[in-house]
Design a protein around this ligand. Structure first.
Ligand code: NDP
Length: 328
């Protein structure tokens, strides 16, 4: 039986330690599909797991990596056969189940989605959990009836992974996109993805009034806290904000005013346990609505050996767009 390289993190008395090891398939967890992992990614949650800054990992030792794309090697699941190109995000990967920073993974076939026609496995991880979540947020806004004629869309944490993909998707769908960033030097980048206006993060960071001047019809928020409270206070009558992240904090110091006086809705987005039908629809729409040249422009590639540094960098707010990890 051949071996494969994996990043393994272990719990020690001093915290946690990480190192590269060679494993064989007997070390993998139970599952009905074995996948040769070709690509993974660096998401915010990966940063938390790699550094131990939040209790993301709940099984030790752990191979981190909350998503992967690759090719099925063995399967006893009726939907999958050797050679199928698959993508997996969430379902506890890299948290309770051995994750994507390894040459192989064994998982439940029920968790997998086929890489859609028109996307490569690398594209699927350039999108990854963050891009998939941005699509879920856009689909939630669409289900709420929000179209470009209702007014502009706002995206917070716009130079990050969720934010960059959300800007590109909303622009492609015809929205006027306002993007907030703490990195003014990324204004040209955000405009190249389709933002029509770039706002300073600080503009939405102060404590929110219950209501303020109406500025946008909808939004995708990956920041939370006072930023989300300000977003709600400035949303037009009948609009909605899709909340998916906490890069600025887990609290939400808001009031009921936007909800009861302007009919504003707060739409919660979870990618981890999102049902299969919604996953397939999101991947279908990503293949259709995400401009490939913009995907290329927002993606940087690193080898597996560099994920520890990338994990630190994403928590420090220093990564731009998406970081895809090549698993050799
Ligand atoms: P990134 O780090 O790539 O993006 C987050 C962005 O938020 C940063 O690039 C930065 O954007 C902004 N930001 C960072 N720190 C702060 C701060 N203190 N205050 C305000 N803004 C800040 O992460 P991801 O895109 O991978 O994830 C974004 C968030 O979404 C995370 O909280 C993550 O946990 C969450 N998430 C949730 C999912 C779900 O299922 N609900 C799935 C995927 C992600 P800028 O420099 O432009 O200001």
């Amino acid at each position: 039986m051949g071996t494969f390289r994996a990043l393994l993190i272990e719990k020690t008395d001093a915290g946690q330690k990480a190192g590269f090891v060679d494993l064989d398939e007997t070390k993998l967890m139970d599952g009905d599909v074995t996948v040769r992992v070709e690509w993974s990614a660096v998401n915010y949650k990966d940063g938390l797991a790699l550094t131990g800054k939040a209790p993301v990992v709940r099984r030790w030792p752990m191979i981190p990596g909350i998503d992967f794309a690759g090719t099925v090697e063995n399967s006893t699941h009726p939907d999958w056969k050797p050679g199928d190109a698959v993508v997996l995000t969430g379902f506890g990967l890299g948290e309770t189940h051995l994750g994507g920073y390894a040459g192989k993974a064994r998982v439940k076939g029920d968790w997998l989605v086929r890489v859609p026609a028109g996307l490569s496995a690398r594209d699927a991880m350039a999108i990854g959990t963050a891009g998939f979540t941005a699509m879920l947020a856009v689909l939630a806004l669409e289900r709420h009836g929000l179209k470009p004629d209702r007014g502009p869309a706002i995206v917070t944490g716009a130079a990050g992974g969720v934010g960059s993909v959300a800007v590109a998707l909303l622009a492609k769908l015809g929205f006027q996109v306002m993007a907030t960033t703490g990195r003014p030097e990324q204004a040209d980048y955000l405009k190249s993805l389709g933002a029509t206006e770039v706002l300073a993060r600080a503009e939405l960071a102060a404590p929110a009034k219950p209501l303020a001047k109406e500025r946008w019809a909808c939004g995708v928020d990956s920041v939370g806290s006072t930023t989300l409270a300000n977003l709600l206070a400035m949303t037009k009558y009948g609009g909605a904000i899709a909340a998916c992240g906490l890069a600025g904090g887990m609290d939400l110091p808001t009031s009921v005013a936007p909800f009861i006086l302007r009919g504003v809705s707060l739409l919660g987005i979870d990618s981890v346990y999102c049902p299969q039908a919604a996953r397939r629809e999101a991947w279908r729409r990503l293949a259709l609505d995400l401009d490939r040249s913009k995907l290329a422009a927002l993606t940087r590639e690193i080898p597996l050996g560099d994920v520890m540094q990338a994990g630190e960098a994403i928590l420090a707010g220093k990564l731009r767009g998406r970081t895809v990890v090549r698993i050799d």
